[in-house]
Design a protein around this ligand. Structure first.
Ligand code: ATP
Ligand code: MG
Length: 274
């Protein structure tokens, strides 16, 4: 879809889906093909020049260049005087976060299926030198088949070099980011460990009343497995090999996919409708 060829007139706007920081998301249908998409409308007024150039252009270019079943597609984008329009793959299953809240925690099958899908998506991104750095349940959507999709590339960075900027949400930050040291793609592997824990227990591992305590727990890797319900030792083994302070010693994405817990539990189709 070459950008210039599209305009709002090509779409029939449907149901309002939700509000974001910079605009709104609507269900939409491309008139000629009937293809259903999510149309994200961003109001230029809400962005300053810095944000448009540095943040949004980066989000758009990175997401547009990615084509993987577990990465939300950005099919095209266009703009008018006041708005920027992103033509996105529609994720009918909504936010993973909401599902997690409603189920309290996921089964091992569901958790392993999502972690395997995310490991595959991240391997694809890392191959293209894209580090997401802001993977958290709010940025994960589900499609109609129940497959997980990484969305919101607002904080992603395309680089070969090691990076030294502070970003992301505190519970999901790797120690090297909390300590503002250089970091690389291994921050996403850490985040997979955090997510795996949160999927199985319903809360992220280093949660605390204030941000400073969370920082302190991350730096110490103060990992405690609750006994509120049964979680297999294989699942805990995977988490323990991802939440490792030395980033070079974290399990690789390939090794995650070969881990016995993943092999035993993950649904190869990536769908989870149990
Ligand atoms: P941000 O501006 O940081 O992305 P946000 O994630 O809160 O903030 P949006 O991404 O704009 O906001 O999304 C607004 C709402 O629309 C959210 O509830 C989100 O789950 C939903 N949504 C966004 N994109 C899609 C999509 N492609 N398919 C289905 N729902 C979507
Ligand atoms: Mg979003």
């Amino acid at each position: 879809m070459p950008n210039e060829e599209w305009s709002l007139a090509d779409f029939e706007i449907g149901r309002f889906i939700g509000d974001g920081k910079f605009g709104k998301v609507y269900l939409a249908r491309e008139k000629e093909s009937g293809f259903v998409v999510a149309l994200k409308i961003i109001y230029k007024q809400k962005l300053d020049k810095y944000r448009f150039h540095a943040y949004l252009r980066r989000e758009i270019e990175i997401q547009h260049s990615l084509n993987h079943p577990n990465v939300l597609r950005l099919f095209a984008w266009f703009h008018d005087e006041t708005r920027i329009f992103l033509v996105l793959e529609y994720a009918a299953g909504g936010e993973l976060y909401k599902l997690l809240k409603s189920l309290d925690h996921f089964s091992e099958k569901r958790a392993a299926t999502y972690i395997a899908s995310l490991a595959k998506a991240l391997a694809y991104c890392h191959d293209k030198h894209v580090i997401h750095r802001d993977i958290k349940p709010e940025n994960l959507l589900l499609d109609v088949m129940g497959r997980i999709k990484i969305a919101d590339f607002g904080w992603a960075v395309q680089s070969n070099a090691k990076r030294q900027t502070m970003c992301g949400t505190i519970d999901y930050l790797a120690p090297e980011m909390v300590e503002k040291r250089e970091h690389d793609h291994a921050v996403d592997n850490w985040t997979l460990g955090i997510l795996c824990y949160e999927f199985l227990y319903g809360v992220p591992p280093f949660e605390a009343d204030d941000q400073y305590d969370t920082f302190r727990r991350i730096i110490k890797v103060d990992l405690v497995f609750p006994t509120s319900h049964y979680v297999s030792s294989e699942a805990k083994d995977l988490i323990s090999h991802l939440l490792v302070k030395d980033s070079s010693k974290r399990l690789s994405l390939q090794k995650i996919l070969e881990h016995p817990w993943i092999v035993r539990n993950a649904d190869p189709s990536g769908c989870c409708n149990e």
